[in-house]
Design a protein around this ligand. Structure first.
Ligand SMILES: Nc1ncnc2c1ncn2[C@@H]1O[C@H](COP(=O)(O)OP(=O)(O)OP(=O)(O)O)[C@@H](O)[C@H]1O
Ligand SMILES: [Mg+2]
Length: 349
C-alpha cells in the first residue's frame, strides 16, 4: 500500500520536506502538495498485443447462431483461434515533473491501456507487452509504484459516506503508522480544501438511488483519494468525462496547479474544450493504437499545417486532432499515410 510520499524517503537520501524546505500550517508535516520525489517518465516503442478468443468461445457460438455459421474475415471474435490483436503499436513519449501530458484519441484507441501500462498495471498474462518504460531513466521500482496515484475511469466510492468521512477513512487506512491519528485527519482536511471540496464535505457521495454530491465533485473526491498519499506521478483516466466544459476546465486547472508544484500528471481525455487544451503541456494523439502526434500541445496545429492538414476555419485543436484520429478529416489513405509518417517522426532521439 502506498505510503505518504512526503514523509517516507525512498532511499533515505531524499529530504523529509519539499525541495524549498517549505512546511505547512501543521508545523511538523511537510507541505502536502509539494513533490518531494520528482518522477520523469519515458516510454519508448511500447507495444501491447492480446490473443483474441477463438471460435469455441460462448460469445462466438451465440454470434454463429445469429449469423447461421457464416463469419467474415473482419469479424475478429470468430476468425482463427488465438488471433493476435495489436492494442498499442510503437508508442513513444515522455513527461517530466511539472508537466501535464494529455492522451487524446477516440474510443477504443488505446488510451486506458497505455495509462495502465504507465502505471505498471497491465496484466502481462493477458497480453504480450514489449517496449521500454523508464522512470527517472531507470526501470520503474517499487518506490516509483508507491509514489504513483491512479484515478480509474470509473469511480469506486462508498455511497453512504460523506466526502469528509471518505477522505478521513482513507487517510487513516493508507497513511503510515508513524503518523498520529490527528495528523492523518489533518492531511485529509488539507487535501479536502486543496481540491475545493470544503463546501460539500458533509454531503454523502450517493449513487443512482441516493442523491449525493455532483459529478464534478465526485471526480474531485476520486482525485483527492489518490492525493492523500502525495503522489509524485498522478495518472488519471478520463477525469472529465460527464462534466460540462466549465467543470472540466476547473478540474484540469487543479491538475495544472498540481503539476506546477512539481508533480508529473498524465491524463486521458475524450473531448477537451479549447480552454482545457491550452492547459496541456504536451499531447499524445492515439488512433487505433498508433501514435498520430506527440509533442507540445501548442505546436500540434502548426505541425499538421506544415504537412498539409489544416482546418478551413478556426477550430478547437482537440476537435481537429480527434477528427484526424477518427479519419473523418482526410481520406482513409491520407490517414494511413499520416499514421505511418508520424509514427516515425514522433520517435524520441
Ligand atoms: N485484454 C483485452 N483483450 C481484448 N481486447 C482488449 C483488451 N484490452 C483492451 N482491448 C481492446 O483494445 C482497445 C483499446 O482499449 P482501451 O480501453 O485502451 O481504449 P480507450 O481508448 O481507453 O477507449 P475509451 O475512450 O472508450 O475508454 C479496445 O478496442 C478494447 O476492446
Ligand atoms: Mg478508456
Amino acid at each position: 500500500m502506498p505510503g505518504f510520499g512526503g514523509l517516507e524517503a525512498p532511499n533515505g537520501d531524499i529530504p523529509r520536506h519539499s525541495k524549498d524546505g517549505s512546511r505547512d500550517s501543521r508545523g511538523h508535516l511537510p507541505s502536502l502538495m509539494a513533490s518531494s520525489y520528482p518522477i520523469a517518465i519515458k516510454f519508448i516503442d511500447v507495444c501491447y498485443k492480446v490473443k483474441v478468443q477463438g471460435t469455441d468461445t460462448q460469445g462466438s457460438s451465440i454470434k454463429r447462431m445469429f449469423t447461421h455459421g457464416s463469419s467474415t474475415p473482419s469479424d475478429q471474435g470468430s476468425t482463427a483461434r488465438n488471433q493476435e490483436k495489436t492494442i498499442l503499436n510503437n508508442i513513444t513519449g515522455m513527461v517530466s515533473p511539472g508537466e501535464m501530458l494529455a492522451i487524446l484519441g477516440p474510443s477504443g484507441s488505446g488510451k486506458s491501456t497505455l495509462l495502465n501500462a504507465l502505471a505498471g498495471r497491465l496484466r502481462h498474462d493477458r497480453g504480450n507487452f514489449s517496449g521500454t518504460m523508464l522512470a527517472n531513466n531507470r526501470k520503474p521500482s517499487k518506490q516509483i509504484a508507491k509514489r504513483t496515484g491512479f484515478v480509474a475511469q470509473d469511480d469506486v466510492l462508498y455511497p453512504h459516506l460523506t466526502v469528509r468521512e471518505t477522505l478521513v477513512f482513507c487517510s487513516l487506512l493508507r497513511l503510515p503508522k508513524t503518523l498520529s491519528t490527528k495528523d492523518k485527519i489533518s492531511v485529509a482536511e488539507s487535501v479536502l480544501s486543496e481540491l475545493g471540496l470544503s463546501k460539500c464535505e458533509n454531503t454523502i457521495i450517493g449513487n443512482s438511488f441516493m442523491r449525493g454530491i455532483s459529478g464534478g465533485e465526485r471526480k474531485r473526491v476520486s482525485i483527492a483519494h489518490e492525493m492523500l498519499i502525495n503522489p509524485s506521478l498522478l495518472i488519471l483516466d478520463e477525469p472529465t468525462s460527464g462534466l460540462d466544459s466549465t467543470a472540466a476546465h476547473r478540474l484540469v486547472s487543479i491538475l495544472g496547479s498540481l503539476a506546477q508544484k512539481g508533480k508529473t500528471i498524465v491524463t486521458s481525455m475524450h473531448q477537451p474544450s479549447s480552454r482545457v487544451y491550452q492547459l496541456f503541456d504536451s499531447v499524445l494523439v492515439l488512433s487505433e493504437g498508433r501514435s498520430l502526434y506527440f509533442g507540445k500541445g501548442s505546436e500540434a496545429m502548426g505541425y499538421f499545417e506544415s504537412i498539409g492538414f489544416s482546418p478551413s476555419f478556426p477550430m478547437n485543436p482537440a476537435d481537429f486532432l480527434l477528427d484526424l484520429a477518427n479519419g473523418t478529416w482526410a481520406s482513409t489513405s491520407s490517414v494511413s499515410f499520416l499514421l505511418h509518417e508520424l509514427a516515425e517522426s514522433t520517435r524520441m532521439n
